[in-house]
Design a protein around this ligand. Sequence first.
Ligand SMILES: Cc1cc2nc3c(=O)[nH]c(=O)nc-3n(C[C@H](O)[C@H](O)[C@H](O)COP(=O)(O)O)c2cc1C
Length: 216
Amino acid sequence: MLNLTPDQVLSTTRSVRKRLDFSRPVPREIITECVELALQAPNGSNLNRWSFIAVDDRKTIARMAGIYDAALEDYVRSLGSAVGDNYVGAAVPGFERVGDSVQYLRDHMAEVPALVVPVIRGRPEGLDVFAQASFWGSILQAAWSFMLALRARGLGSAWTTGHLNREAEMAALLGIPEDHTQAGLFPVAYTLGADFRPAWRRPVEQVLHWNGFHTD
Ligand SMILES: Cc1cc2nc3c(=O)[nH]c(=O)nc-3n(C[C@H](O)[C@H](O)[C@H](O)COP(=O)(O)O)c2cc1C
């Protein structure tokens, strides 16, 4: 375990891509421990509709990486001319580095020691806002807890949803039933060094509204 306070874990759990250590194996026990902690997250009516698919088989990882790569290619194509400086995220500080880092992970996904796919029973299509919030809210907290638990132990991940344009392909590869939904794809590795910092975010004064939503 790293010697981090709860606030340090919360403020320095980054999307790690370039600093994933591909050469150091991740024991299954660590992933089991982190998933066990993730299961303490809140979930609607405590139904425990979640599953976590952990993959450490090299051939399967390679095929998953191929789906991720192809899905990102679809995404980039779908953006048309809304790329580079026209990309919606281009106004955010550090944008250039994020693009570079995303590409790095895309190029190296097949090398990660393990991949984890959080899955929830049910489908979101056609749900009203209440049902959507209940649905996604019953898997995403657990996924984030998983990332925090990794960070506390000197490992890292990157939150990715890029492959979900090809969700059905991944479901076929991993045998995920049609009435289940994938929430993302999480590479898991020890990190190269453990020094991560808080990232740029809009300041709290702009984001926190007291006693109602204010637009000024
Ligand atoms: C819903 C969601 C989807 C994301 N999808 C991807 C992705 O497909 N690929 C990727 O490399 N990063 C992805 N990210 C990571 C973001 O780029 C990252 O969280 C953001 O740049 C802020 O950086 P930080 O997580 O290090 O603070 C995603 C993050 C979230 C929350």
